[in-house]
Design a protein around this ligand. Sequence first.
Ligand SMILES: [Cu+2]
Length: 307
Amino acid sequence: MKDNPIKHSLRYSLLGGLIALFSLDVSADIQPYNMTEGVTQISKEVFDLHMLIFYICCVIGIIVFGAMIVSLIRDRKSKGVPPADFHESVLLEFVWTAIPFAILIGIAIPAAKVLIDMEDVSDSEMTVKVTGYQWLWHYDYIDHDVDFYSVLKTSRNEIYNRSEKNENYLLEVDNELVLPTNRKVRILITSNDVIHAWWVPDLAVKKDAIPGYINQAWTEIDEPGIYRGQCAELCGRDHGFMPIVVRALPPEEFDAWVLQQSNKTVAGSQGSSISLQQSNKTVADSQGSNASLQQENKNIEQNALIN
Ligand SMILES: [Cu+2]
């Protein structure tokens, strides 16, 4: 018997599609469109979870749409196929409830594990408090007495198209958040005005910064480098103008950086104490000259009385 031409072409296109799907090196070819793998243990766990769920969805999609398309074509009414008679089948209804339930449980177990890991800030070696402002960030290294503001560095000329936009357009700041690699850093996130969100995809950290409330996250960066992020909560006019730049340094370089920063602060405060001493001296001097002036006046008065 001669094969039906529609069946023939359908079979080939299905086969072609499957070969194309499985020959695709998914991780390499679609990487620009996929979620980043990141540079921390947690970001890699999140990525693996995302890929696992993606593949489960693909398999479900292929099975469901495959069965649907096959039955639409093979069992169509115009071919005179009699309707199925498994209506109200208890067994079938049990099966199509139990299978999705089992799939959801199968997804929930690894997902819960990753979520619990993300929330576990125990054994952190240092803490950085991040405060969102309209429209900049403030970083406070609680254990090191170092703090600074981090403001967008992109020039207004680039923003208003008066000059060429650079590679890190709107993703560059004056003071980067410097963090050590291979050290667990607890991040406390809050805000001083409206709700912002501190989001750095490579670290898999995305937490709302809420005024009057402190959220926690943590990170332990594996590789030194520069990782960029943005505020991820619509927070007003310049929401798109408050980027985040994290510079991860090897631990010894980080320690040197902290020392340099705290020396700067000490030098600054010494400078201000010198100027305080100076101004105290000036006050004392002026008080002294006041006293001598009073003395002089007194002498003049006495002289006048004598005369
Ligand atoms: Cu914001």
